[in-house]
Design a protein around this ligand. Structure first.
Ligand code: 3PG
Length: 306
């Protein structure tokens, strides 16, 4: 079987070697398409692939139509808003993700941005500390749990809102429960988003929630830029000079931030949350193993589509 790794933002070389080892040990062949800028390259490479490993690369109906032999696609990572699951099912392609494998890297990036911002970008002025501050986790999944552990080490007061988890499960992790999103935003100076981008969550974080945040509010977004209502974000920035926005990937309104709100934002140049050697190895190798196992035993753990 031909397993294609198609990554517009490549894995670390060591991760690619390890993916190759797993693939070849299972008797399959590895093909690599890295750093591509034209979807036409993906369309031609995928034409004879039996399996596909991607990161945030878009697997659209067009890609699936071109992939006549494709049986399985694995998103090496957590968020699968880049996979057209309906088209996968229509083309009899099994779609999976690798939840949890890059979560520590994402949580560390959120903290790195928080620390950098709290110390004013290390520019020499007096900053603030995280100790004793409130942190609200918007969803308590894999990343949220890593965040809670790091935050507790820093002496932060940690809260979480998660409509899919019982209060007990959150409390067991030593985190205080917020029953509503409003409560989370009202209580916490720092709010970190760990929600997927879907029809319910897109543009769900906007002016009304952000205006509830305490003084010197910091919104951290290592989820997806699509969950932010950017008009609302700009409105709160215009009204409140004490709010900051730290985001893994710049919003569409980046220019306005650069013109008006210097020192109150951090935007990464490219999505960096999962961009560590360890996360690349964890997620990439998990993807290769899931594919090898699917071909060998039909194991469909982590299947996303019906
Ligand atoms: C994820 O959903 O797993 C992260 O956002 C990582 O995305 P990436 O693989 O494109 O860096």
């Amino acid at each position: 079987m031909k397993i294609l790794v198609a990554t517009e933002k490549p894995f670390a070389p060591l991760a690619v070697n390890m993916i190759r080892e797993v693939t070849e040990a299972a008797g399959h062949e590895l093909a690599l398409l890295e750093n591509y800028t034209d979807v036409a390259d993906l369309l031609s490479e995928v034409a004879d692939a039996d399996a596909l490993i991607v990161r945030s690369d878009k697997v659209t109906a067009q890609v699936l139509d071109a992939a006549k032999n494709l049986k399985i696609v694995v998103r090496a990572g957590a968020g699968y808003d880049n996979l057209d699951l309906t088209a996968c099912s229509a083309n009899n392609v099994v779609a999976m993700n690798t939840p949890g494998q890059n979560s520590n890297a994402v949580a560390e990036l959120a903290f790195e941005m928080m620390l950098y911002q709290a110390r004013g970008g290390f520019a020499g002025k007096a900053g603030t500390e995280l100790r004793g501050k409130t942190l609200g986790l918007m969803a308590f999944g894999n990343v949220g749990k890593y965040m809670a552990n790091i935050a507790k080490g820093f002496g932060m007061d940690v809260y979480a809102f998660d409509p899919f988890l019982s209060g007990e499960a959150i409390e067991k992790a030593g985190v205080k429960v917020c029953k509503t999103v409003d409560d989370l935003f009202s209580k916490c100076q720092y709010v970190s988003l760990h929600i997927p981008a879907n029809d319910e969550t897109k543009k769900s974080i906007g002016f009304e929630l952000l205006k509830k945040m305490p003084k010197n509010a910091v919104l951290i977004n290592t989820a997806r830029k699509e969950v932010i209502d950017e008009d609302g974000l700009l409105k709160i920035f215009a009204e409140r000079g004490d709010i900051s926005y730290l985001s893994d990937v710049a919003p569409d309104c980046k220019n306005e931030f650069e013109e008006k709100y210097k020192d109150r934002f951090i935007f990464t140049a490219k999505k960096m949350g999962a961009q560590t050697k360890e996360a690349n190895i964890n997620a990439g190798v998990a993807a290769a193993r899931q594919i090898a196992d699917y071909f060998k035993t039909g194991n469909e753990t982590f299947r996303l589509n019906k």
